[in-house]
Design a protein around this ligand. Structure first.
Ligand code: NAI
Length: 668
């Protein structure tokens, strides 16, 4: 018997009533992930509980987290790459599944107590327990995010979630990777009991053990979808719904999950084994590897905010309540900050604040939460709140002199240590900072439009900017749940610079008479979220023309872009650009004969070529610190096909797989 008193990631104890408590508190980590050591220690806990059940020294086992913030965030993604062949994957997963089976078979009651994130492997562990209690807290979120990593649940979560919730609820949860609240999970049958707060968990768990509570599998109509022929119909519907969102050749895992369900969901034990067999190739496939890379890149971006910084942004002041300023203010408020919004035009402030209602309705469930958000967004036409702000962001018109004058006029009013930032998309930071008494203070904090949708924010370092200010800028961006990317002040920064040649290239093809629908479809075939022509219309053709000029990439001579801008056809916002827009959607003409698949593939690859070439230049000019961070910025700032791992990674990988081995010369 291993010593359960010497565990490093768990604390194990048996109380005077004979209840065993397994407290998961991973050593040296802020969150609990089920890595190799915690799983080995879990096996020791199970072994000890089996022995205690046999000799009646243990009458129940309770799993609870020792972390303040969450139960378990899932399996440890950092260890996935160590498995390099299918046999290894199958062996290592089968071992864990063996532990969970033993847990489930324990004759004493086994209870899981959840507060905060309970995701992926964490939820699978909980599903192998006999009774599940979760806090009603807003912070408690339950889900299977595996599909976002190109996988599906592999610790028999597919089988157990379908058993508990029925396929009609469990399959969409796994297929979308969305997180649900404890109340919704209880409605589905994944959770058995709700606790008012984390403080109630131990007491409720004790009661559940004393009463020998055991959760019941989904019964009645919820169990029906598992049976044939209902299963075939459900699978068909799930397949067509999934195909509307992603392409099978890009993201195979949801389709393999539907196959698994369709073929095996009638047989509990058979499906368990089939799950492992279907999981292994996905784990080793390119899509999952690249999506795991994207996950690591996102962590890398967050890590750009220095640790242990005393700077904690609570209040922001935004100047300019136009398209960007109002949405930046609204987003910061939605993330819990108090924000004052200033503009020379007070009507703009009223309009900008009013426009945030939509965001708050989406973000907050209850009326008091929405009212509180509205109360945190303060109209400030005279800038009276500027001296209270931890972060001041300028988002006024894109004119150097206007920006310089504004910064000169506010510099003396700032709180010491406050971040001073501009949202400029094209002017050099050092030019804006030139007239300041302390030019080293100014940074760029460049958001993308629409603010609520795009996760990337470029943090721009001017030639004189102090490193500490850049660090604080990153801390602010992380605090509002966005990914910061440090970029040197240079034309177009990163995202606009790589997008411009891609979009201009596509427009040149249009000039040459190529079909706009075909161009857009080809880009989507490559994996872009929308094609370059539709993107140009969405961004605004005036904005495109302007960026093109700044980067000296605009077409010379008469061209359709200039003509349309002159005619007021600005794209989506004016109702017509390259496309005519109806109800927020472009009207696309159907081709007479469907586009040829190979042709689309070839064209798609050609279309992204200028983007990749520009990303290479950005790397060579050291505008961004590393190739990995460039890939991260392009993925999160443009939506560049995440399953391809980023433009530079894609190119390197593509070359490696296409180029024949070099022949050695005689001299070597
Ligand atoms: P906008 O024209 O919609 O809004 C500018 C607002 O600033 C107006 O409401 C105007 O009344 C106000 N304003 C002008 N001078 C002012 C002053 N001295 N003091 C206070 N308020 C003043 O402009 P938009 O599109 O929101 O752009 C703002 C900034 O954000 C620009 O620097 C732009 O380059 C940048 N940006 C714009 C993006 C976009 O897609 N529109 C994307 C990323 C950055």
């Amino acid at each position: 018997m291993h010593d359960v008193n010497a565990l490093r990631d768990w604390r194990f104890s048996i109380d005077p009533q004979g209840i065993a408590w397994a407290v998961f508190d991973r050593e040296g980590e802020s969150q609990n992930a089920l890595g190799r050591r915690p799983l080995e220690e879990l096996a020791m806990i199970i072994e000890r509980a089996e022995q205690g059940a046999r000799d009646h020294s243990i009458r129940g086992l309770v799993f609870i987290s020792g972390k303040e913030k969450g139960f378990i965030v899932g399996a440890d993604v950092r260890e996935f790459d160590e498995l390099t062949d299918e046999r290894q994957v199958i062996d290592s997963i089968s071992q864990v599944n063996g532990y969970l089976d033993r847990l489930e078979r324990l004759e004493i009651p086994v209870v899981a107590c959840m507060h905060g994130f309970c995701l992926g492997g964490g939820l699978e562990l909980a599903l192998a327990c006999h009774w599940r209690i979760a806090t009603r807290d807003e912070a408690t979120r339950i889900g299977f995010p595996e599909v976002k990593l190109g996988l599906f649940p592999g610790f028999n979560g597919t089988v157990r979630s379908i058993r508990q919730a029925g396929a009609l609820a469990a399959m969409p949860l796994m297929l979308t990777g969305s997180f649900i609240r404890a109340t919704a999970a209880r409605g589905m049958g994944l959770i058995d009991e709700l606790a008012p707060s984390p403080l109630n968990l131990p007491w409720m768990a004790r009661k559940a053990v004393q009463r020998g509570r055991r959760s019941k599998p989904a019964g009645g109509w919820r169990a029906l979808a598992r049976l044939w022929p209902a299963r075939g119909l459900v699978a068909k519907r799930l397949r067509s719904e999934t195909a509307k969102k992603v392409r099978e050749e890009h993201y195979p895992s949801p389709f393999r999950l539907i196959d698994l369900f369709e073929t095996h969901a009638g047989n509990f034990d058979g499906m368990k084994l089939a799950e492992t067999r279907a999981f292994a190739p996905l784990m080793l496939g390119a899509t999952s590897k690249n999506l795991r890379r994207v996950f690591r890149l996102s962590e890398m971006m967050k890590a750009q905010a220095p640790k242990g910084l005393a700077f904690k942004p609570l209040r922001a002041h935004v100047i300019g309540a136009g398209v960007m300023g109002a949405d930046i203010a609204g987003w910061c408020v939605a993330c819990g900050m108090e924000v004052s919004l200033q503009d020379v035009n007070s009507e703009q402030i009223t309009k900008g604040i009013g426009a945030q209602k939509k965001l708050f309705t989406r973000k907050f469930r209850t009326r008091p939460q929405r009212d509180a958000a509205m109360a945190r967004l303060i109209a400030d036409p005279t800038g009276a709140h500027i001296s209270r702000a931890d972060v001041v962001i300028e988002a006024i018109v894109e004119k150097l002199e206007a920006k310089q004058n504004l910064f000169k006029s506010i510099e003396g009013k700032l709180k010491p240590g406050a971040v001073l930032a501009t949202n400029t998309s094209s002017i050099m930071i050092e030019e804006i900072a030139a007239p300041l008494a302390d030019p080293g203070r100014l940074i760029g904090i460049h958001f993308f439009n629409p603010v609520a949708q795009l996760p990337l924010v470029e943090v721009i370092r001017g030639t004189q900017t102090r490193e500490q200010e850049v660090g604080k800028g990153c801390a602010f961006v992380t605090a509002i749940d966005k990914f910061p990317l440090i970029v040197k002040s240079s034309p177009g920064f990163l995202v606009n610079r790589v997008l411009a040649p891609y979009m201009m290239g596509a427009m040149q093809r249009l000039e040459r008479g190529e079909h706009k629908e075909k161009i857009d479809e080809a880009a989507r075939t490559f994996g872009m979220p929308m094609g370059p022509i539709e993107l140009a219309d969405t961004v605004g053709l005036d904005v495109c023309a302007n960026v093109g000029k700044i980067l000296k990439m605009a077409p010379s001579g008469p061209n359709r872009l200039e003509e349309m801008v002159a005619a007021g056809k600005l794209g989506k916002k004016s109702g017509e650009g390259f496309y005519v827009w109806k109800d927020g959607k472009p009207e696309k003409a159907q081709p007479e004969t469907p586009f040829d698949a190979l042709e689309l593939e070839r064209l798609g690859r050609e279309l992204v070529d200028p983007l990749i070439a520009e990303a290479r230049k950005v790397r060579d000019e050291k505008i961004v610190e590393s190739a990995d961070l460039i890939d991260a910025g392009v993925i999160f700032g443009t939506g560049f096909a995440p399953f391809r791992g980023g433009p530079l990674h894609f190119e390197a990988h593509e070359e490696k797989s296409n180029v024949a081995p070099l022949r050695r010369t005689a001299a070597e």
